[in-house]
Ligand binder design. Structure first.
Ligand code: SF4
Length: 613
C-alpha cells in the first residue's frame, strides 16, 4: 500500500457497501465513477473535509468486511477517496484490527477462542479435532476458514467460538460450549448456527433477591422498554432531572462510586472535572470494549438489561454536560450490539433520547461504534483514537480525557458496570448505596468466574465478601491449584489465601488486584508454565508497539518463558532474573497499562506459586 492511490477499483458490491454507509459520492473527487464538468473546474475536499469525515473510517472498514469478508485494495482505495484519507494511513488502521483481513478469505470465519478460560476447558484438544475434521487453522475449506482467537468474552460457556458470516445481511453466531462436531456443522451449514441460550444462563444467581446490578437479568424482557419501565426503569433519570447536574454529581460523590474497570478512580470526580470544563462540546464515552481475558460481565449486562445502560448513559451525559454519547462496543459482541441497537431505537421513538429527553429540554443521543478486535482499545485514550479513525494507540497523559478527550474535547469515559451503578445510587440515594460494601469500596461488584468451577458465570456480591464465599457459590474444584484474580494483567492467589476480602484495598494489601473482576479458577490438572506462556503471547500480540519497553519487553518475556517452560530451579534461574529485569522496565517505562501490567501475572506465579522451583 502506498501514500498515493493505486488505481485499484472496488467491485460493485464493495462500492455499494461503502455507499450504504456514507451515501453516494457527491463528486468525482469523492470517488464517483465519472467526473462532471463541475468536478473538472473545482477541487473539492481538502483538510477540513477530511477531518470532518475521518471518524467514518472504522465504520467504512466494517461495512466492507461485513459484506465481503475481507478488504481488497480497491475497496480500501475507494474508502480513502470517499473520506479523503491517505491510503497508507487507512492501511495502518485496517491492519491494526484482528477482525479485518486485507487478504482474500472465505465469507465464513470461525473464531475459536484459545485464551485462558477456554484453554482451561479444552480448547487445545478442540483445535486438534478441528484440524483433523475440517482443516488446519487458516486453511480455507468449502467457503469457510477457522482461526484461533484471543478471549471472546464467552468464558462461562468455554470452550467458545464465534462464527461470522459476511454477506447482506452479515450474520454472527456463537457456538458455545463448542465441540468439533458443532463447529464443523456450523462452518458447513448455509445459514448461521442456532440461537444461543438466554442471558440468565450466564447468571447463576438470576432471580435471587438482593441483586442490584443483575436484578433484571432473567426477570425482564431485554427487548421490551415497557418491561424495563415496569421494573423501575427511568426512575433514576427522573430523579436526575429533579436534582440537576450538580446534584447528580454530589450524589455520585457521596455514594463513593469508583470505576469498575480496574483503576478504581472516583466516578463523581471524573464527572465533576468534565462538567467544569469551559471548552465545548463535552462527550460521554461508554467503554464497552471489555477485552481483558476472562471478563464478560459487561456483555451480560448489555445482552440482558440494555435499557439500563441507555438510561445510565443519559444520566451521565446530563451530569457532565454532554449532548452526544458513544458506546465503544467490542466487535466480538454481536448480540449485545443487536440488543443495544434495538434499545436505542425504541428509546428514541419514545422521547427518552433525542432533542428533548423526557420533555426536560435536554438533548442527548447515543451512537454505537464497533471495535474490531484490539485489546488495547479498552484503554480510554485508545478508544478516542479508534473512534476518530486512527490506529487505536493510547495517548500520553496529560492532557487527561476530562480536558482533551474525544475529538480534543472534554470527555468522561466510564465502563458499563460503573454506569449501571449510577441507577442504584439515584434510585435509593447515596447513603443507602454506600451502606453496602466497605468504607473505601462501596456497593456491589460483578465477578466473572470461569475455569474449573461447577457453575461458571457472572456473580454479584457486596464488596468485602471473601474469595472463599464467591468460590463456594460457583462450586470450586476439589484440587484447587490457584485462582487468577484480575485477568492476564492481574495476579495469582494460592488456595490458602481464599479469605482475601474482595475489595480494591483488600486485594491490594494481599499483593494482588481486583482488576475488572476476573476470577479464573485453575485445578491441579493445569500446566502453569503453559498458562503463563499464553498470557505472554497475548500481551506480545496485543501490544500496540508504539513504545519500546512494551514492544520489546513483551517479546523478550515470551521468549524467556518459552525457554523455561520445561525447566525448574537453577536451570531456570538466569531467565527468571531476565524476566524480572524486563518486567521492571515495562512497569516503569511503558506509556499505558498494558505494558505496565504485562509482567504482573508472571511475577505472581513465580513468587507466590513457585512455579519454576
Ligand atoms: S505500553 Fe504497549 S500497548 Fe501501551 S502504548 Fe506502549 S506499546 Fe502500546
Amino acid at each position: 500500500m502506498d501514500l498515493k492511490f493505486t488505481g485499484a477499483t472496488p467491485t460493485d458490491t464493495e462500492r455499494q457497501a461503502v455507499d450504504a454507509l456514507l451515501g453516494p459520492p457527491a463528486s468525482g473527487w469523492e470517488g464517483a465513477a465519472t467526473r462532471s464538468d463541475e468536478d473538472l473546474r473545482w477541487a473539492r475536499g481538502g483538510a477540513a473535509a477530511a477531518k470532518d469525515r475521518r471518524d467514518q473510517l472504522l465504520p467504512a472498514l466494517h461495512a466492507v468486511n461485513d459484506r465481503v469478508g475481507w478488504i481488497s485494495e480497491g475497496a480500501l482505495d475507494y474508502i480513502c477517496r470517499r473520506l479523503t484519507v491517505a491510503p497508507a494511513e487507512a492501511y495502518g488502521v485496517a491492519t491494526f484490527y484482528a477482525m479485518f483481513s486485507l487478504r482474500p478469505r472465505p465469507a465464513k470465519v470461525l473464531h475459536v477462542c484459545t485464551d485462558l478460560a477456554c484453554a482451561a476447558r479444552g480448547s487445545a484438544a478442540l483445535g486438534a479435532e478441528l484440524t483433523a475434521s475440517l482443516a488446519p487453522a487458516g486453511t480455507p475449506v468449502r467457503g469457510a476458514v477457522w482461526q484461533e482467537s484471543p478471549c471472546l468474552g464467552l468464558c462461562e460457556r468455554a470452550p467458545a467460538a464465534l462464527l461470522l458470516r459476511a454477506g447482506a445481511p452479515h450474520t454472527a453466531s456463537v457456538v458455545a460450549p463448542a465441540t468439533a462436531g458443532a463447529l464443523t456443522d456450523a462452518a458447513r451449514a448455509p445459514g448461521a448456527a442456532p440461537a444461543g441460550p438466554p442471558p440468565e444462563a450466564a447468571v447463576p444467581q438470576a432471580g435471587r433477591p438482593g441483586l442490584v446490578l443483575l436484578r433484571r437479568i432473567g426477570t425482564t424482557d431485554p427487548a421490551s422498554l415497557d418491561d424495563y419501565r415496569a421494573s423501575g426503569g427511568y426512575t433514576a433519570l427522573r430523579r436526575a432531572f429533579a436534582l440537576g447536574p450538580a446534584g447528580v454529581i454530589r450524589e455520585v460523590l457521596d455514594a463513593g462510586l469508583v470505576g469498575r474497570g480496574g483503576a478504581a478512580f472516583p466516578t463523581g470526580r471524573k464527572w465533576e472535572a468534565t462538567a467544569q470544563q469551559p471548552d465545548t462540546p463535552h462527550y460521554l464515552v461508554c467503554n464497552a470494549d471489555e477485552s481483558e481475558p476472562g471478563t464478560f460481565k459487561d456483555r451480560v449486562l448489555m445482552e440482558g438489561d440494555p435499557y439500563a445502560l441507555v438510561e445510565a448513559m443519559t444520566v451521565a451525559g446530563y451530569a457532565t454536560g454532554a449532548r452526544q454519547g458513544f458506546v465503544y462496543l467490542r466487535g466480538e459482541y454481536p448480540l449485545a450490539y443487536e440488543r443495544l441497537s434495538h434499545a436505542l431505537d425504541s428509546a428514541r421513538t419514545r422521547g427518552l433520547l433525542g432533542p428533548d429527553v423526557l420533555g426536560q429540554g435536554y438533548a442527548f443521543d447515543i451512537e454505537i461504534r464497533r471495535g474490531a478486535g484490539a485489546y488495547i482499545c479498552g484503554e480510554e485514550t485508545a478508544i478516542f483514537n479508534s473512534i476518530e479513525g486512527l490506529r487505536g494507540e493510547p495517548r500520553s497523559k496529560p492532557p487527561f480525557p476530562v480536558e482533551k478527550g474525544l475529538f480534543g474535547k472534554p470527555t468522561a469515559v466510564n465502563n458499563v458496570e460503573t454506569l449501571v451503578n449510577v441507577l442504584a445510587i439515584l434510585e435509593h440515594g447515596a447513603a443507602a448505596y454506600a451502606a453496602t460494601g466497605t468504607g473505601s469500596s462501596t456497593g456491589t461488584k460483578l465477578f466473572c468466574v470461569s475455569g474449573q468451577v461447577a457453575r461458571p458465570g457472572v456473580y454479584e456480591l457486596p464488596f468485602g465478601a471473601s474469595l472463599r464465599e464467591l468460590l463456594e457459590l460457583a462450586g470450586p474444584p476439589q484440587d484447587l491449584r490457584a485462582v487468577l484474580l484480575g485477568g492476564a494483567a492481574g495476579g495469582f492467589v494460592r488456595p490458602g489465601e481464599l479469605d482475601i476480602p474482595l475489595t480494591f484495598e483488600g486485594t491490594r494489601a494481599a499483593g494482588t488486584t481486583l482488576g475488572s473482576g476476573v476470577v479464573l479458577v485453575l485445578d491441579g490438572s493445569v500446566e502453569l508454565p503453559r498458562v503463563l506462556l499464553r498470557i505472554a503471547e497475548f500481551f506480545r500480540d496485543e501490544s500496540c508497539g508504539q513504545c519500546v519497553p512494551c514492544r520489546v519487553g513483551t517479546v523478550r518475556q515470551e521468549e524467556a518463558l518459552h525457554r523455561i517452560k520445561d525447566r525448574t530451579g537453577a536451570a531456570a534461574a538466569d531467565d527468571i532474573a531476565l524476566l524480572r529485569e524486563v518486567g521492571q522496565a515495562m512497569r516503569d517505562a511503558s506509556i499505558c497499562g498494558l505494558g505496565q501490567t504485562a509482567w504482573n501475572a508472571v511475577e505472581s506465579a513465580i513468587d507466590r506459586l513457585g512455579v519454576y522451583k
